[in-house]
Design a protein around this ligand. Structure first.
Ligand code: IPM
Ligand code: MG
Length: 355
């Protein structure tokens, strides 16, 4: 198989973790005789410094011209600490999601047997968690009208959803649930918000088309609690953009580290794979960042975009092996011996080669 992969390393530790994911993709290519062509594009702060645009057209065209996109992370503290910055790296991410039509963000949460003690949550409650968030990614309050009034003393952000946006997202949720435990939880705030009532009404009207799926409707505040109390009760959760942003960070605590969880952002035509963690600027250039979330994102790419399940499983098993054998970065070491970002990447390639 021959595939073109656009690579957008971004800011902070993005380039370091992406480098390891590419190494792993190449090891898979060598083993299974696939040819992967990697073409790099700029995005985020790196791109603002170069041409003032966090997602320039040349990067957009590169993504359109590729079979898939592998993304690192964006964001720098000098922008976070400056609320009046005119352009911010995160705008690049939002513009990219919108222009590529990546309306569904798929974020799995799972545990590794040998890491359950890393989570601050009780082992019995979390061991064996296996759930997936399907977060709406191109609508809601992230993209609604916003601004200032009253000479700058009032500010507003608006949340708007259209029935079709809900239907296409919910379809993904039903389809994914159909291939798993057939449980779909719709997370909203229908006791207060009109958009949530439209979500609930729309999804209720779709239930008849998916008779084998058991659907539940839960309020986001309750889910925030139940998610860490009894995560094993969940299978697939679908929700709007902002709720999904918040709950998926919360859910990463179950796995024991933000540095472990991958994600896929998919649309009708394009898809992009990225770790759920941010750019971790304090660690930039130190070769200490955990590359596993990005490597696991590449595994998702093989399965979802290229339909290469064997290759994807080999990456996942190699990651699991490196964790079990203690070849991990500092964040997962529990005070034991730890390895650099590139050593962990090398180890995973060795497992791939020798299996
Ligand atoms: C995420 C991130 C982004 C989001 C930020 C960086 C804009 O937190 O992908 O979850 O809020 O969607
Ligand atoms: Mg987030």
């Amino acid at each position: 198989m021959k595939k073109k992969i656009a690579v957008l390393p971004g800011d902070g530790i993005g380039p370091e973790v992406i480098k390891e994911a590419i190494k792993v993709c190449k090891a898979i290519g060598d083993k299974f005789k696939h040819e992967f062509l990697f073409n790099e594009g700029i995005v985020g702060a790196a791109s603002i410094f170069k041409n003032g645009d966090p997602y320039p057209n040349e990067t957009h065209n590169l993504c359109l011209d590729s079979d898939s996109v592998l993304f690192g992370a964006i964001g720098l503290p000098e922008f976070d600490n400056n609320p009046s910055a005119k352009v911010r790296p995160e705008q690049g991410l939002l513009k990219m999601r919108k222009k590529l039509g990546l309306f569904a963000n798929i974020r799995p949460t799972f545990t590794f047997k040998s890491l359950v003690d890393n989570s601050p949550l009780k082992k019995n409650n979390i061991d064996g968690t296996d759930l997936i968030f399907v977060r709406e990614l191109t609508g809601g309050i992230y993209f609604g009208k916003r601004g200032r009034k009253n000479k700058g003393n009032s500010a507003f952000d608006t949340c708007e959803y259209d029935r079709n946006e809900i239907i296409r997202l919910a379809k993904k949720g039903f389809e994914i649930a159909g291939k798993r435990k057939k449980k779909l939880c719709c997370v909203d705030k229908a006791n207060v918000l009109e958009t949530s009532r439209l979500w609930r009404e729309t999804i209720q009207s779709m239930e008849k088309d998916y008779p084998s799926i058991e659907v539940s409707y839960e309020l986001v505040d309750a889910v925030a609690m139940r998610l860490i109390q009894s995560p094993k009760n969940y299978d697939v959760l679908i929700t709007e953009n902002l709720f999904g942003d918040i709950l998926t960070d919360e859910a990463s605590v179950i796995s024991g580290s933000m540095g472990l969880m991958p994600s896929a952002s998919v649309g009708e035509l394009n898809s992009l794979y990225e770790p759920i963690h941010g750019s971790f600027p304090e660690a930039t250039g130190k070769n200490i960042a955990n590359p596993l979330a990005t490597i696991l994102s590449a595994a998702m790419m093989f399965e979802m975009s290229f339909n290469l399940k064997l290759e994807s499983d080999l990456i996942k098993n190699s990651v699991e092996k490196s964790i079990e054998e203690g070849f991990v970065t500092q964040d997962l070491s529990n005070g034991n011996l730890y390895y650099t970002t590139s050593e962990v990447g090398d180890k995973i390639c060795d497992y791939i080669k020798s299996s």
